[in-house]
Design a binder for this molecule. Sequence first.
Ligand code: MN
Ligand code: MN
Length: 471
Amino acid sequence: MAEKKSKGQKLADDLLSKPQSLGEKDPKFLEEASKFCEGYKKFLACKTEREAVAYAIPILKKHKYTEYVHGKKYKAGDKFYLNNRDKDLIMCTMGKKPVSEGIRVSVAHLDSPRLDFKPHPLFEDGEMVYFKTHYYGGIKKYQWTTVPMSIRGVVMLKDGTKVTINVGEDESDPSFIITDLLVHLARDQMQKTASKVVEGEQLNLLIGSWPFDDEKVSQRCKLAIMQILNEKYGFTEDDLESAELCAVPAFKARDLGFDRSLVAGYGQDDSSCAYAEFMAELDTKDPEYTTVTIFADKEETGSDGPTGMASYFFRDFIEDLAQDAGCEVRHVMRRSICLSADVGAGYDPAWPEVFERNNCAFMNHGPILSKYDGAGGKYSTNDASAEMVNYIQRIFREAGVSWQMGELGKIDVGGGGTIASYISLNNIDTIDIGVPVLSMHAPVEVVAKADEYMLYKAIHAVYNSALPKEI
Ligand code: MN
Ligand code: MN
């Protein structure tokens, strides 16, 4: 028989917060989460924004989504999507209420830190051939050497034909690698600070070493590689000037741990959130409010350009929806809410000193709700209001969704921003949500399956809630 609780114990039950992991709350949760994450691991095979968009569109069509047509009358339950330059995707399910009552937005980004190629990438040195890269996003450069890489992207031929490239991932493909200095000659290198141990101009991808059989030409190894590329893909060196090629880690996403509770893989910032919101969107059939699910690009470099969230493409789309419904975009925006779905830092016992224990996020404690991010004294951040945080939490409680409130780390050790700032400038109440990640921005990142599945449930709950938001 359970011992009777003391007065103090009862009071503590009533008054104090008791953080609990998803595993403590429901030991069976991992089973369900693991099923969900089988699809997630497949999605992680998309390693660029273009690949994720190309992967999603056929799935959308299978789920009866049609391409959005401005002026067309959509009825409740209709599903449609808008493709922005093959790099962003907006997916919608029409709600029962008119859009003038507000929409339910979530946004996650598809781009991840990687090594883009320079416009003149191909060179030979020491009778070896390389692609010269220009890193994309915030990376610890030393992590990207001696890691098997694959090459992804598009090359535009002179006649405008687009050639898609994806090589280095398959067992039968060749592999590519960036070399590092042997430790025997690294006495100077080992004295350098981490940001200088490997520098940007040393991130050259090794792609060949065998000379073309003609002594009359110079750079015979380079010519030999160019010949192979030309035969396989039809392009010449000139065509690389306009190409969008990059190198990404060639690891497949895999279960991590004897208990298989975690996923190890590249690009989980932010494919974890993109997949969760994608599945929530697909599984939303007849929502009260119109859902708008966004796959965004260029988050890792500041959200600039026509495919970044600083662009007007999102607002223009909502304006189209507003016009279709005979109302003004600004009236839609101010009644709407947005989940800015991006990953946060998971507590890592190897570096306890950067985390503040009462306000950091733990693996397997559910998606992190972040009221704000930014850096220092809350610089450059959306800061969700008490009303907005409470509104989302009420939806979560009603739907049985678990969450943890979390900041990135200690105030003065760093910081970071998210897309929330760009969405909220449209006068939309926005809050950050995302799974905790270990080794964020490294070639292989770690996410907990239970957190990933609970994030899906969280976004699904917001999409399917009929709870009106006061404005
Ligand atoms: Mn991110
Ligand atoms: Mn990031």
